[in-house]
Design a protein around this ligand. Structure first.
Ligand code: TPP
Ligand code: SF4
Length: 263
């Protein structure tokens, strides 16, 4: 290393959250994600939110099957990997056994609202005091980019090579809006990560969702839109632009329900 290189002043802008693992082997884990994938950012914003609320050592993460499921290895807390789509069932059991603990699932959109639609609706119906974080990348990422309930109308996927057609495959499912209609829901929001400002807003949504659980108000939910450049057949930069132009036109961002008391 030259003297000049050694003397470059480095200003720390942001630290790695302590809850996010930092061991050298983690490089192998991050390498599992495609270039431009935003799922690792979801892990980061969860870690930051729990740390800011001071509950990191008192939380249990319930993972899922899929690219989103890789996150299960990234956080230093108690974690459980359920069968595909069964996160809300497992989270229900954990929360009922450990009511003082923050219990949350992190699920792909296929995991949460396709194969896992039943467990999600069950937890909503029972007004479980858990938090569900659903990663919406508009397709089944892991298995080769098939149609998901969240696929946009006209979007080309490996199972809709001519684009999603409402007459054949129906319309995109708006999960955050649907969750907000349940009486036992305390909080429901949708955020994205396609700009730094959106990252901060989405982190606020995740923090509020955890806060409502800590207060014991009811079910809380955050849908996070993320880029899947490989299955969208786009560069990482183009994928972020596509979110800003097309994805949020179908899936508006914001809070759909936020209450501190349920009758
Ligand atoms: C019971 C069962 N059915 C099907 C599969 C195959 N499978 C693995 S991941 C996946 C889809 C995952 O998509 P999504 O939940 O949207 O997560 P992403 O990979 O996009 O994060 C499927 C169908 C499985 N592992 N288990
Ligand atoms: S397939 Fe999509 S969701 Fe999965 S790691 Fe690659 S970019 Fe991420």
């Amino acid at each position: 290393m030259s003297e000049t290189t050694k003397n470059i002043a480095r200003e720390v802008v942001v630290e790695k959250p302590l809850l996010l693992r930092g061991e050298a082997w983690m490089d192998i884990l991050w390498d599992l994600f495609c270039p431009g994938c935003q799922i690792p950012l979801v892990g980061r914003l969860i870690a930051e939110s729990l740390e800011e609320l001071g509950v990191g050592s008192n939380a249990i993460m319930v993972g899922c099957v899929g690219c989103t499921g890789i996150l299960i290895a990234s956080l230093t807390m108690d974690r459980v990997s359920p069968a595909h789509g069964r996160g809300p069932d497992v989270a229900t059991a954990l929360k009922r056994i450990h009511p003082e603990t923050v219990v949350f699932t992190v699920q792909g959109d296929g995991d949460c609202i396709a194969i896992g639609a039943g467990p999600l609706i069950g937890a909503l119906t029972r007004a479980e005091k858990i938090t569900v974080i659903m990663v919406n990348n508009t397709n089944y990422g892991t298995t080769g980019g098939q149609l998901a309930p969240t696929t946009l109308t006209g979007q080309v996927t490996s199972t809709t090579p001519k684009g999603r057609s409402p007459s054949a495959e129906g319309y995109p499912v708006h999960t955050a809006e649907m969750v907000a209609t349940f009486r036992g829901t305390a909080y429901s929001a949708r955020g994205s990560l396609h700009t730094p400002a959106d990252y901060q807003r989405t982190k606020k949504y995740v923090r509020t969702a955890f806060q409502r659980q800590i207060e014991g108000v009811g079910f809380s939910f955050v849908e996070v839109i993320t880029a899947c450049p490989v299955n969208w057949h786009m560069t990482p930069v183009k994928a972020l632009e596509w979110i800003g132009e097309k994805v949020i036109a179908e899936f508006p961002l914001g809070e759909f329900k936020n209450v501190t008391h349920i009758e």
